[in-house]
Structure formats: C-alpha cells, structure tokens
Design a protein around this ligand. Structure first.
Ligand SMILES: [Zn+2]
Ligand SMILES: [Zn+2]
Length: 307
C-alpha cells in the first residue's frame, strides 16, 4: 500500500519528504525523551537531530555546489559539498560528547529514567515512520538510479536498527528494573554515531585532498582515449581528481611534430567530446606534445583507418 509511494514520488518530492519525515521523527523522539528523562532515548533523539541538520546542510551545500564557475572560483564550486560533510562530522562529535556526558552523570548520580509504556509507544511510532521512509528511499533509489537516495535509505535503516536496539533494551529495563542499562545503551548509541561520523568525515577529507576518480571511472576514461584518440601517437601522464559531482581530467597527448595545430586540435576536441559524453560532469584539459616527448609507456590509441 504505502510503498506504492515509491513508484509515484519525484526526486524533489522525495528530497523534501526526507526532511519532513526526519523532523517528525525528531519531534516524536524528543517527546519520548521528555516523557522519561531516559538517556538512551536522548541519544536516539540526538542521532535524529544530527540527521535533520545534516539533511538541511546538505541541501544548501548541494545548491551552492551547483553554482556556475565565476571569476573568483573559475573551476566551479563543487567542493562546497565537502564542507557540509565536515560540519556534519563536527556535529556528530558534539552529539556523541553530549550523550557521553549525560550517560556519565546518570551513572554517577544514580538518577533513574521514568520509563513509561506510553513513551515507548511514542518512540516505536518514530521507528515505524523511519522504517517506512527507509524502504521508500531504497526502492525510489533503485527506480530513479539515485545513489544518494539509496545511501539515504541504508543510513535510515541503520538508524532503525539503532532505535530497535534502544527499544529492546528499554523494554528489558521496564521488565527487569535494571535501570543501569539505560545509560549503557546511550553509550553504545554514542559509539555508533561516532563510527558513522568518522566515515562521513574521511570521505570528505578525501575529496578536499583531490582524490583520484574511482578505478572504474579511470578505466572508462582510458577506454575512450584508446578508442577515440586516433591520430595521436601516445597519451601519458593521465591525472584525475574528483570535486563533488565533477571530475577533472588532464593528460599529455603526443602527436607527430609536423602535424598542424588545427589537426591536433581536432583530435583534442574529439577526445574531450567523447570523454565528456561517457562520464557526465567530466572536465578535460589536454597538453599537446611533439613526438620527441614520447615516453616509455603510455596509451597508444588505435590509428585511424587509412583513407
Ligand atoms: Zn609529456
Ligand atoms: Zn579548443
């Protein structure tokens, strides 16, 4: 029934829906925490808070990253995406620190959570909404071929498992009266949030450090050079770097030293065009060299058929 949504929603409806759903889930989790003073429920709510702020930040960052190049930023604004991830990482570390602080003060003061079945039902509702939205994201990600939605769905599923663990633990507290489990659960959630945060931060640091395009992307680029570089003697010093959605590629192209500038420019244009058609978002820069610059190894494109 409601999963039908995943076949009808457009990409922007899903992106907007994700923010609405995460705000609703956050409100329910904060409500459950306010009803109980449970540190575990606080940690669950903190995880949601981080998700909401990350989604909003990412929305702004992606819009900023899509701005066209200008005089001040002639290569474009692609790397803006990585700053939102770095800020997300900092928020995650703050959230984890807050949780640890609350858990330790609960453990040392012996203050008990006032768990009530009502609060657990409120939290269960938040869990159910997250579960439903995660499935919609995963299915829409497949349908719209959007890795971002699929990643969002997987992230939400990991949150669902965290919440389920917290709920299970709190039901155990309710049944057994072992209230010490509450701050311990919170500490486990903090570790989980930190683990996620490290992942996000290390991905963005790679981006800021001009990490090369993926092996798969580099293979595609080499295949196009070999197939479409006819007329060039050798291609060497291929360098790639990824900046957000963009990939920058540069290489040296060795041609017969007697070739005219117009002829070598034709090869460059063909290569640029074919590479950009194969990998959208690629920007190609080619440095042309005469044949005494041949190197020991490099790609040798298939020569054009004799006319
Ligand atoms: Zn060279
Ligand atoms: Zn040109």
């Amino acid at each position: 029934m409601s999963l039908d949504l995943s076949t009808r929603l457009s990409a922007s409806q899903i992106a907007g829906g994700t923010i609405v759903v995460s705000l609703l889930v956050l409100a329910l989790k904060l409500g459950a925490w306010a009803l109980t003073d449970s540190v575990a429920l606080f940690s669950d709510a903190m995880e949601s808070l981080v998700n909401v702020s990350a989604a909003v930040l990412a929305w702004f960052a992606i819009r900023y990253a899509e701005r066209p190049a200008d005089d001040g930023h002639p290569f474009g604004h692609h790397k803006a995406e990585y700053f939102s991830a770095v800020i997300e990482g900092i928020m995650i570390i703050l959230a984890a620190a807050l949780i640890v602080h609350q858990a330790i003060s609960a453990l040392t003061s012996g203050a008990m959570a006032n768990l009530t079945p009502v609060a657990l039902v409120v939290n269960a509702a938040a869990l159910a909404i997250n579960l439903l939205w995660a499935q919609i994201l995963l299915r829409s990600g497949l349908r719209l071929k959007s890795p971002a939605f699929e990643a969002g769905g997987r992230h939400l599923m990991s949150d669902v498992w965290t919440s389920a663990g917290v709920m299970g633990g709190l039901i155990l507290v309710l049944v057994t009266g072992w209230t010490v489990l509450d701050p311990i659960l919170a500490l486990l959630v903090a570790v989980n949030i930190l683990r996620e945060g490290l992942h996000v931060v290390s991905d963005s640091v790679d981006g800021l450090m001009d990490k090369a395009a993926s092996d798969e992307e580099q293979d595609k680029i080499r295949a196009v050079i070999l197939g479409s570089g006819g007329g060039a003697l050798q291609i060497h010093d291929i360098k790639t770097r990824r900046a957000g959605k963009a990939i920058f590629v540069e290489f040296h192209m060795v041609v017969d030293g007697a070739m005219t500038v117009a002829q070598s420019h034709d090869i460059c244009d063909r290569l640029e065009h074919e590479i950009e058609a194969t990998l959208p978002g690629v920007h190609v820069t080619i440095h042309v060299e005469p044949d005494h610059k041949l190197e020991d190894s490099g790609l040798e494109p298939t020569p054009p058929a004799p006319r």
